[in-house]
Ligand binder design. Structure first.
Ligand SMILES: CC(C)(COP(=O)(O)OP(=O)(O)OC[C@H]1O[C@@H](n2cnc3c(N)ncnc32)[C@H](O)[C@@H]1OP(=O)(O)O)[C@@H](O)C(=O)NCCC(=O)NCCS
Length: 188
C-alpha cells in the first residue's frame, strides 16, 4: 500500500487533542512502560523536546522526537538538535510514513533557524532500513566512526553488538527547498 501525503496527519504532541493515545504508542513501541513514556515527553512543556505523531485514519502509526539540545556535546555546541526515536509500526512500514515524519522534523528544525540536524543509527541488521533511509536523505556520518554511545570504538576493541553501538550523523538543512510548496505533510 502506498500512503499519499493526504492520508497522513502529523501532529505536534503539544497540540495533540488525544495525548493519551500518543503516550500509549510510546509505551508500546518506544518506552516499554508508561512511566518512561511520560518521561519521554516531560521536557516538552518547557520547549526542550518536540514529538511529532503520524496518524492514519486517526490511529497513531508513527512518531519522532526532536531534542533541541542534543546530549552529544559536539552537536549541542553547534546548535544541532537531535532527531530520535523515529518509529513506524511494522504493519505500516515502507509506505512513506517515516519519510513524512522526517520531512516534518527537518522542516520544523529549519523553521526554527537550525541549519543542521543530527541523528543516530545502530549498526546491526535491525537498523538496516533506517541506515538506508538516512543515507538517501543526505545524512552524513560525523567522521568519528562507530561509537558506543558517544565514545568512538578503537581498532581491535572487542564489543557486544547491541543498541548502544551507533553512528552519529548530520544533515545540512540548507539543502531543504526554501518554498513551502513541497508536497510535505504539514504539522498540526
Ligand atoms: C526506519 C523506519 C522508521 C522507516 O520507516 P518507514 O515508514 O518504513 O520508511 P519509508 O516508507 O518512508 O521508507 C523510505 C525509504 O527508506 C528505505 N527503507 C525503508 N524500509 C526499508 C527496508 N525494510 N529495507 C530497505 N530499505 C528500506 C527505503 O530507501 C525507502 O524508500 P523506498 O521504499 O522508496 O525504497 C522503520 O523501518 C522503523 O520504524 N524501524 C524500526 C525502528 C527504527 O529502526 N528506527 C530508527 C532508529 S535509528
Amino acid at each position: 500500500m502506498t500512503v499519499t501525503n493526504h492520508d497522513i496527519a502529523i501532529t505536534d504532541f503539544g497540540r495533540d487533542p488525544d495525548p493519551a493515545a500518543v503516550l500509549d504508542f510510546l509505551t508500546e513501541w518506544v518506552a516499554g512502560s508508561n512511566g518512561v513514556a511520560e518521561q519521554h515527553v516531560a521536557d516538552h512543556a518547557d520547549g526542550a523536546g518536540t514529538t511529532l505523531t503520524a496518524r492514519l485514519d486517526g490511529t497513531v502509526v508513527g512518531l519522532v522526537t526532536l531534542r533541541w539540545t542534543s546530549n552529544n556535546p559536539d552537536f549541542a555546541a553547534h546548535n544541532i538538535p537531535l532527531v530520535h526515536q523515529l518509529m513506524v509500526v511494522p504493519g505500516h512500514r515502507r509506505t512513506g510514513i517515516g519519510t513524512a515524519l522526517l520531512d516534518a522534523a527537518e522542516r520544523l528544525a529549519a523553521d526554527r533557524g537550525r541549519t543542521t540536524v543530527g541523528i543516530t543509527v545502530g549498526l546491526f541488521d535491525q537498523y538496516g532500513p533506517a541506515q538506508r533511509l538516512y543515507a538517501k536523505r543526505g545524512y552524513v556520518p560525523d567522521g568519528k566512526g562507530a561509537c558506543r554511545a558517544r565514545t568512538p570504538l578503537c581498532e581491535g576493541e572487542i564489543v557486544t553488538v547491541d543498541h548502544s553501538l551507533i553512528l552519529w550523523l548530520t544533515k545540512d538543512l540548507k539543502q531543504l527547498p526554501s518554498n513551502r510548496n513541497r508536497g510535505e505533510v504539514g504539522v498540526r
